[in-house]
Design a protein around this ligand. Structure first.
Ligand code: CTP
Length: 412
């Protein structure tokens, strides 16, 4: 990606130390980073730390280098502003349009996407004043992340933790790729996402698995949650992905467990996104003790396989039978290669018909594409015949386009 100018605003909270990792990750991605802390942020982290990490001067007020009019210039030139942590006070000042320091001045002059990553105590987060300020900032097109839940400054726990640096920089990268803000258009929508690969046990130590990394499904869950949806993620095996902020995660192992979780949770959901790589077959027998090789000959055991239920087709059937009255959009995923019978799109079109879902997201696989990589491309095929190409980009960008399309189907 070409080098962008990013302003990292840092407000005064205990989580200010995490801004150092955010700055480092954005620099490592090749961007130019200017850190603008508030006066109180410098009570937690010294200006020298931010100067060393960013390679740029650090000021808090509007009366340093006045000849360069920094409170106007920094905001005007920015491609993205990320405020991490965004305290209750900082968001109150931003919502009120104040410009009493360099950071709020920058926020008032910036015309690029702005991302706030809040961190505060749970009581402050849920206070009506903060709720109103967050709503105001979102209405104006700013992206205000959902805070993570967990341990806060003291012994207390709850929503209010700063999302991990990785989560913040992933979403910052998404805003740069999209070039516009992420709409807050899924508020209150209940979404069920499956992701990762299933593992079909052979014996207590072995399983049959697949190469799904879970990245695409996690990205859909993450983007849905940041657009306001109430998201549950049914997660199979992944490449060690962290739970996305603001998402409830249910971990499962086998296809049967995934199927049971979908059956239990789908009646509540309005959207089902089946990004998981569900095994089509499982061993007919699961040995209760480890299968040993024989010492007296070189023979190998045969493994008999039986079919697993098709979870996606089952959900489509259940909806047709009236068992999922809330369900409005069912999305399947397919990783395809072309073969002698036809190309990737040929197979995808027939899979969309066979599965009966509302939309099928298709990736071409093979030659190192789709699995275990961060960037990809593909198509979205809808039951109404629309076919949209997914431009090449990060799996988070693809997730945001998929959520755009789901939004269009939901609101049609
Ligand atoms: N899927 C499912 N249950 C299965 C297998 C697949 O719900 N037992 C879902 C996947 O989550 C995905 C979609 O079906 O959303 C397509 O998966 P894929 O493996 O491509 O479909 P298959 O019907 O197994 O087709 P193929 O014969 O090409 O493997």
């Amino acid at each position: 990606m070409e080098q962008k100018r990013i302003v990292v605003g840092v407000a005064g909270g205990i989580a200010a130390f995490k801004a150092c990792t955010v700055v480092r990750q954005l620099k490592e991605a090749g961007h130019s980073v200017r850190v603008v802390p508030t006066e109180s942020a410098l009570k937690f982290i010294a200006a020298a730390t931010f100067e060393a990490l960013s390679g740029q001067p650090v000021h808090t007020g509007v009366f340093e280098n006045v000849d360069e009019v920094p409170h106007v210039r920094i905001g005007q030139q920015a491609d993205l502003v990320v405020v991490a942590p965004a305290t209750a006070d900082l968001m109150a000042r931003a919502a009120a349009g104040r410009a009493d320091d360099l950071l709020t001045g920058t926020l008032l002059t910036a015309r690029c996407p702005v991302l706030f990553a809040p961190a505060m105590h749970t009581e402050m987060w849920f206070h009506p004043a903060t709720t109103d300020n967050v709503a105001t900032l979102r209405r104006r097109g700013n992206v205000v992340l959902e805070p993570a839940s967990g341990r806060l400054t003291g012994a207390d726990t709850g929503p209010g933790r700063l999302p991990e640096a990785e989560e913040i920089t992933t979403l910052a990268g998404l805003l740069l790729e999209r070039g516009d803000a992420l709409p807050y258009d899924m508020a209150g929508v209940k979404v069920l996402v499956t992701a990762g690969g299933t593992r079909e046990p052979l014996d207590p130590v072995r399983f049959i698995g697949n190469r799904s990394s879970g990245k695409q499904g996690y990205a859909v869950a993450r983007v849905m949650a940041q657009r306001g949806a109430d998201v549950t993620l049914i997660a199979g095996n992944t490449s060690g992905l962290a739970d996305p902020a603001g998402v409830e995660v249910v971990h499962i192992g086998s296809a049967a467990q995934l199927g049971a979780a979908v059956t239990k949770l789908a009646p509540e959901a309005q959207v089902l996104v089946m990004a998981a790589a569900v095994a089509d077959f499982r061993p007919a027998q699961v040995a209760t003790a480890k299968i040993k090789k024989r010492v007296d000959d070189d023979s190998a055991p045969s493994v008999e396989l039986v079919r697993n239920d098709d979870v996606l087709a089952g959900a489509v059937r259940a909806r047709a039978d009236g068992q999922l009255p809330n369900m409005k959009v069912i999305v399947g995923f397919a990783a395809e290669t072309g073969d002698a019978n036809g190309d990737v799109l040929f197979h995808a079109r027939s899979k969309l018909k066979r599965k009966g879902c509302d939309m099928l997201v298709v990736n071409a696989v093979g030659e190192g594409k789709a699995f275990e990589v961060d960037h990809n491309d593909g198509w979205m095929l809808s039951a109404d015949g629309t076919e949209t190409a997914l431009e090449h980009g990060s799996k988070t960008l693809m997730a945001s386009r998929i959520v755009d399309a789901i939004g269009a189907l939901l609101h049609r």
